[in-house]
Design a protein around this ligand. Structure first.
Ligand SMILES: Cc1cc2nc3c(=O)[nH]c(=O)nc-3n(C[C@H](O)[C@H](O)[C@H](O)COP(=O)(O)O)c2cc1C
Length: 189
């Protein structure tokens, strides 16, 4: 399926699965989407902005305050032009922030501003994923209209088997395509 003409914000948070977000960025670009990557401060400990800039062909957004590039606020400008926001991987911290409406960095603020569909692909250690607090937060974001691409089971970087692996990039891309297939493209601004 084509994503031609679609604008996607790809939020990347600070989990080990951030390396898989680079493959997702590439997949979305290959399918025709315009992709702007928004990286949290923690994600930059795992992956480099240069990777996402090169894969998307666009500067990466990392800061809430960047008035030279986004005079209205990066959160507002990026949310306004997005057809869809996808956060992959979504850390436990990000899901908690989304569930509680916390806006303490660019990505969490942007998600609060987004009027388009939001998809999150959580990824974390199995013990974290199983915690009632995390499950409550996941249930809350689903109740609030966020689509969750559930993590899979298998090898985790903490060297155990369990549930918490981020869904594969092609699964997340399929979820994005399924959502966008139901929406007419926005008129070009
Ligand atoms: C090696 C390492 C791996 C981590 N992997 C994960 C992870 O997979 N999922 C998660 O929720 N947190 C993980 N964390 C913890 C997050 O990086 C931490 O909670 C951070 O504050 C998340 O910030 P962010 O959500 O703003 O990106 C990891 C931390 C380290 C040091």
């Amino acid at each position: 399926m084509s994503l031609e003409g679609r604008e996607i914000v790809l939020g990347v948070t600070g989990g080990i699965a951030a390396y898989k977000a680079a493959a997702l960025a590439s997949l979305l670009v290959q399918r025709g989407a315009g992709v702007t990557a928004v990286l949290t401060r923690s994600s930059l400990r795992f992956v480099g902005a240069a990777t996402f800039a090169a894969l998307t062909g666009r500067p990466v957004a990392t800061r809430t305050f960047d008035s030279a590039r986004f005079p209205l606020g990066a959160h507002i400008e990026l949310a306004a032009r997005a057809d869809l926001v996808v956060v992959a991987p979504a850390t436990a911290g990000f899901v908690a922030a989304a569930a509680h409406g916390t806006a303490d960095d660019l990505l969490t603020t942007l998600v609060l501003c987004a009027e388009c569909p939001v998809i999150v692909a959580p990824a974390m250690n199995a013990a974290m994923w199983e915690k009632p607090a995390v499950q409550r937060n996941v249930a809350q974001v689903i109740a609030d209209g966020v689509r969750v691409v559930e993590p899979g089971s298998g090898w985790l970087s903490c060297r155990r088997q369990g549930t918490g692996r981020m869904a594969e990039p092609d699964q997340i891309a399929a979820a994005i395509e399924a959502v966008l297939a139901t929406m007419p493209p926005q008129p070009a601004s």
